[in-house]
Write a protein that binds this ligand. Structure first.
Ligand SMILES: [Zn+2]
Ligand SMILES: [Zn+2]
Length: 273
């Protein structure tokens, strides 16, 4: 990972004391070696990979450690441009001394304390997320969770991790909740408790596609029910941040139910709709 982690959005409120840095993961690579396979193949394109990436450099070095081939590692390197420190929206770099916050977050700060975001939702990262989400490839969860763990390496470790819950009818259609699968893989990688039961989504709300940000916010508000989470520090995982309204609603409910701190982890942020 280079240079010194400035690729990721790793925001903390002043006064937050980081715990031990998260250990790096190269789960797929280690697993195939452990099982004695003579040949490791890139989990994205299937090309045989000889090197474990130990000698890699540049933004893609972390991805080589995940067992990707050099071409996919380059294509899937973390986002290095400017973006809103609260919601991850891509922004032009500000003049020195100016806060890197978008207009929405300046007007209405999100209810989470920390954000870990890997990249922008386009190109190979988008393809990979779509394969994971719609292509019935839950095994990709470990590769993607490794990317989340890298992005979150400067956040303090939480008491528990959970994915944004889905409505039951969505779950029946798709077969699995991609946010939950990511949370489970992340929990395994970092030895964190996974507690999906802390947040429920009992009532269905109209589908979000085609709605304005304000309409999404209204739909999402009130659609979550948190258990007693008093005093807990939680990591809330989603695959993509679109407007952030669902995450805002879920996080606000967890804070209302007493969570001491909620950090949001996501793989990618879409551009402003
Ligand atoms: Zn590849
Ligand atoms: Zn923002």
């Amino acid at each position: 990972m280079s240079p010194a982690g400035q690729e990721h959005v790793r925001e903390e409120r002043p006064g937050a004391v980081p715990k031990a840095p998260l250990r790096r993961s190269s789960f797929l690579f280690r697993l195939t070696r452990l099982l004695g396979f003579s040949e490791h193949r890139c989990p994205v394109c299937g090309t045989p990979v000889e090197d474990d990436g130990a000698g890699g450099s540049g933004p893609e070095a972390g991805m080589l450690a995940h067992g990707l081939c050099p071409a996919c590692a380059r294509a899937l390197g973390p986002y290095v441009g400017g973006r809103c420190r609260a919601c991850g929206l891509p922004l032009p770099w500000p003049a020195a001394g100016q806060p890197l916050l978008c207009g929405d977050c300046l007007a209405s700060p999100p209810p989470w304390q920390g954000l870990a975001l890997y990249g922008q939702y386009h190109g190979p990262l988008r393809q990979l997320i779509l394969r994971f989400k719609h292509g019935g490839k839950p095994a990709l969860a470990f590769l993607l969770a490794g990317m989340l763990a890298d992005a979150a390496s400067c956040l303090p470790l939480p008491d528990a991790v959970l994915g944004i819950p889905q409505h039951e009818d969505h779950l029946r259609r798709r077969g699995y909740n991609q946010a939950h699968e990511l949370a489970v893989a992340l929990g395994l990688l970092l030895s964190l408790p996974v507690r999906p039961g802390l947040l429920r989504r009992p009532a269905d709300s109209p589908h979000q596609t085609g709605l304005t940000a304000a309409q999404r916010q209204r739909n999402a508000a009130g659609s979550f029910q948190a258990a007693d989470v008093r005093g807990l520090h939680l990591w809330l995982v989603d695959d993509i941040i679109t407007t952030g309204s669902t995450l805002r609603a879920a996080c606000a409910e967890l804070r209302r139910a007493g969570a001491a701190r909620v950090d949001v982890l996501a793989l990618a942020r879409t551009p402003r709709p």
